[in-house]
Design a binder for this molecule. Structure first.
Ligand code: GDP
Ligand code: MN
Ligand code: MN
Length: 249
């Protein structure tokens, strides 16, 4: 497998034709997969926002006050308001905001970014990243994975994860295949889009590299069954349930 960053992409603005900007700078081949940082998808879709758009509710005020008293850092209640509005549910509101986004991805602060956002306070995730991936995939003729850098439980450090995808199943199912001892695999469903997102995010970088688009080449999904499921269904999610009943003190 090879990964290559698309070079020379400009700063992206609302209304930009992201597919055309990428197509002009890269010759795609059959089998390529395009991984794209959600940051630039959001920018193209006009998802920059200012604090002024989020007048804080009482709930946002009290969340910000509590966070400030826990962390000792000043917290803007308008940021808490933006997270609330971008979320279906807050699983925790202290010591950080763990949000279920409207499209099902669970992440801190609903994935709202404050870095790599010139001329605005905030950058919201795309409203429906898989719909964005679908449009880009249609225009470019290759599968597309929209990525974000996200923390994960149990481990330090952030990594790239898939928040939307199109033209490729979310995972590939190894169940029913055999290991080297001939033992049948019973549970392994590999999250292909997350693994591609992780590789691409490593190449894209987190700072000022200017390389949000990374093409994966010479990798094949192979002859496996695929599944569209990535975000765990509520009824299968014991961690979500546990967090709902947990109180930080
Ligand atoms: P996220 O992981 O989706 O939140 O995005 P990051 O802020 O970590 O940025 C990922 C990559 O995209 C980095 O290489 C950034 O420098 C780059 N990047 C972010 N915004 C832009 C942009 O508007 N234009 C270009 N060319 N690169 C960008
Ligand atoms: Mn991000
Ligand atoms: Mn990132």
């Amino acid at each position: 497998m090879k990964t290559r960053a698309v070079s020379g992409l400009p700063e992206i603005h609302a209304g930009d034709d992201l597919a055309a900007l990428i197509d002009d700078r890269f010759d795609f081949e059959e089998g390529d997969v395009l991984c794209l940082a959600s940051t630039v998808v959001s920018k193209a879709e006009g998802r920059k926002a200012d604090f002024s758009a989020f007048p804080p509710s009482e709930r946002a005020e009290s969340i910000a006050e509590r966070l400030e008293s826990i962390t000792g850092e000043s917290k803007d209640p308008r940021f808490a308001q933006a997270v609330i509005e971008e979320s279906e549910e807050l699983l925790t509101d202290a010591p950080f905001l763990l949000a279920v986004t409207r499209f099902g991805h669970i992440t801190v602060n609903a994935g709202i970014d404050r870095s790599n956002v010139p001329d605005a306070d905030l950058l919201l995730l795309p409203e429906d990243p898989s719909a964005s991936a679908e449009r880009l995939s249609e225009a470019l003729g290759v599968p597309v994975v929209v990525t974000d850098t996200s923390g994960r439980p149990f481990r330090y450090g952030q990594r790239g994860v898939a928040v939307g995808w199109a033209g490729i199943p979310a995972s590939r199912d190894w169940r029913g295949e055999f290991d080297r001892d001939g033992r049948e695999l019973g549970v392994t469903v590999q999250s292909v889009v997350d693994e591609l997102a992780g590789a691409a995010n490593l190449v894209a970088g987190e700072g000022n590299d200017g390389t949000p688009a990374v093409v994966v080449r010479d990798w094949a999904f192979g002859d496996h069954a695929g599944s569209e499921e990535l975000f765990r269904r509520e009824e299968d999610d014991i961690v979500r349930e546990a967090l709902r009943n947990w109180e930080f003190d």
